[in-house]
Design a protein around this ligand. Sequence first.
Ligand SMILES: Nc1ncnc2c1ncn2[C@@H]1O[C@H](COP(=O)(O)OP(=O)(O)OP(=O)(O)O)[C@@H](O)[C@H]1O
Length: 254
Amino acid sequence: MPLNPSVILKAVHLCKTYAAGGEQFHAVRNVSLDIREGEFTVIMGDSGSGKSTLLYVLSGMDAPTSGEIHFEGERIDRYKEKKMAAFRSRKIGYVYQSINLVPDLTLFENIALPGYIAGLGKAETEKRAAELMNEMEISPLRRRLPSQVSGGQQQRAAIARALIHSPSLLFADEPTGSLNHEHGVAVLDILTACNRRGQSVVMVTHDIKAAARADRLILIRDGRIGGELHFGEFPEANAAQREEMIFAFVTGKE
Ligand SMILES: Nc1ncnc2c1ncn2[C@@H]1O[C@H](COP(=O)(O)OP(=O)(O)OP(=O)(O)O)[C@@H](O)[C@H]1O
């Protein structure tokens, strides 16, 4: 399929149906969307509306039930498991809602691991891991296990892990959900900096202030796209006005 060159990820009529307890549940229903290079997209919606499922499917972590996913013009939803794993390890970064660091590895080892998997080599992986720990201000914690650091420090390590192979597309599922205000702002600053360096970011959030940093907001309702806001259409809006706009859009209240 010919693509507009600025589209990095294209989803066409995506559906994801779970089978649980003898019943089917349609978590993602006929979602079509484009993610453009260098764009910061946020996904909002009620709890259970299908945001995490959509992120899993878009990122290749889980297979859609039907529909197509194209990455840089190549159809990836038909990849076999091994090819998909190799694709993800090179192109995609993923910050999990539940952080998901490996409990028996130090922070440094957790961050370095995907670098080795992506084939960066030992010297490059260790250099990148040290740089990222420095950027995330967790260098003194390099030998600690995840259980020996705070939630905010774990989350920053999880972001460093997602960035080690310099993915062109970073997914983050409620990366500030479990953090206090200060740590949450620090994590958002890091994601914003990644985006300014050219990485495309797709972030699920419930936080209006976090959403106000994006270029574009996609609202998910019952597994479908319920609407979109493009902040580029409101260049004069300051942060407070954006937040008001998002509140009105998400809640349907003026
Ligand atoms: N493995 C699964 N098997 C069956 N149903 C599932 C499974 N995973 C998710 N669901 C259901 O799919 C729906 C969407 O879940 P999902 O986690 O994508 O929602 P969400 O919008 O990310 O929610 P939250 O904001 O609470 O994290 C929910 O009703 C959930 O119960």
